[in-house]
Design a protein around this ligand. Structure first.
Ligand code: PAZ
Length: 378
């Protein structure tokens, strides 16, 4: 297969939802998400965050016999960012809708992934005279680490503050995103959207998906893929005009992070882009947002981007209150800065600080400020 890009007409968002059928199970999942939002909407001041995780796939066969999963962006993301952030959002009192790719990492269980830390390695057998009454315990050296994770997991279960919903394909993802946003829009500014899923730019629309097994004896395989519609614009401007929306920008060239993040802000008119470079993503990220209330993008920034959040201690903004750039400001969050400041350690598996802890901490202030700005205007 060779990769070329031709200039065919891309799907509009409206065109997409008119031509691509909703996935099986959409109604049931949408109802669950709606009920969850309604439950927490009734609790005064409760904030709800949608966390999208990992990368949706697409298939080239209607019935998948041998899956060909194309990775033209980069290899599938495990979902660390989303799973880890969800834990921190829960610990900060948010109700979390965790919209994730099937088999991606999940909050709490992510600490014990098959490859890095298989849970069987935590266990020991306590023998007894009869093998049937032997019992299994967590080895003492693992108990201290597991205990807080297990407590937080049980807490999320008993309080019902975590709802996990899975998707597999780009089509599942887009329909679910639209459905959950329709429900969350009624939360107004209490809703945050933390869009960490890496959604591909291309997909195979339903009518191009082969019905029968593709025969390999016929030569090379050529695929013509269509562009995934840019749903960010309707999401920001129509589906949830009051939501606090955070998108991510992933690059392999650090020099592109800030210009591309600014371009996204200006194109869609949302509040914040978090830029991350592929190999440094666990160590540093950059927050890119508007610096001044007056700056405008092509979106309805007057509504969406019209508040400048407070600067949080430890951020790398330069002189407090004086953004470096005329229209945008950047805030780097770096784990190394924390270490240099003698930070005592965090809630990561081995007591390490995770970059997501820093990200969520920064977002709390911004989201609260976004909510307060509305209250002040009323
Ligand atoms: O799953 P992970 O933690 O390894 O990766 C997270 C990430 C890099 C996919 C995420 O932080 C991100 O940048 N998502 C958006 C990617 C994009 O569409 O540009």
């Amino acid at each position: 297969m060779s990769a070329t890009v031709s200039s065919s007409e891309p799907f509009s968002t409206e065109g997409y939802f008119h031509t691509q059928r909703p996935p099986a199970g959409l109604e049931e999942k949408s109802e669950k998400m709606h009920a969850f939002v309604e439950q927490w909407k009734a609790v005064k001041g409760k904030k709800v965050v949608l966390v999208t995780v990992s990368s949706p796939a697409f298939s080239i066969l209607l019935i998948v016999i041998r899956a060909v999963e194309l990775q033209y962006r980069w290899s599938r993301t495990p979902g660390t960012r989303g799973a880890t952030s969800a834990e921190y959002f829960l610990s900060q009192g948010y109700a979390v809708i965790f919209l994730h790719r099937l088999h991606s990492l999940r909050p709490f269980s992510r600490h014990y992934s098959h490859s890095l830390n298989p849970f069987l390695d935590l266990l020991s057998i306590v023998p007894s005279s009869s093998s049937s009454s032997s019992s299994i315990v967590v080895s003492p050296e693992h108990t201290q680490t597991l205990l807080p994770i297990l407590k937080a997991y049980h807490e999320s279960q008993s309080s019902g503050t975590l709802l996990s919903v899975e998707f597999q394909t780009v089509n599942d993802y887009l329909w679910l995103l639209k459905a959950v946003t329709a429900s969350m829009a009624s939360l107004g500014r209490r809703g945050m959207y933390y869009l960490a899923a890496a959604v591909s730019d291309f997909f195979l629309p339903e009518e191009k998906v082969a019905e029968h097994k593709i025969q390999s004896n016929k030569g090379t395989l050529s695929l013509e893929m269509d562009q995934v519609p840019k749903v960010m614009r309707p999401l920001v401007q129509e589906w949830t005009p009051e939501g606090y929306i955070v998108s991510f920008k992933l690059e392999t060239d650090t020099a592109l992070l800030i210009p591309k993040s600014r371009a996204a802000l200006s194109r869609y008119g949302h509040q914040l882009v978090i830029g991350n470079e592929l190999h440094r993503r666990k160590h540093e990220v950059v927050f890119v947002e508007r610096a001044t209330p007056s700056s405008k993008g092509t979106g309805d920034d007057q509504i969406k981007g019209s508040v400048t959040p407070p600067i949080v201690a430890g951020s790398d903004l330069g002189v407090v209150g004086f953004p470096r750039k005329e229209e945008y400001k950047e805030t780097w969050l770096r784990l190394d800065d924390l270490k240099n400041d003698g930070h005592a350690g965090g809630k990561g598996r081995d007591g390490e600080v995770e970059i997501e802890e820093m990200i969520v901490k920064e977002l709390l202030n911004r989201h609260q400020y976004w909510m307060d700005a509305k209250a002040t205007r009323e």
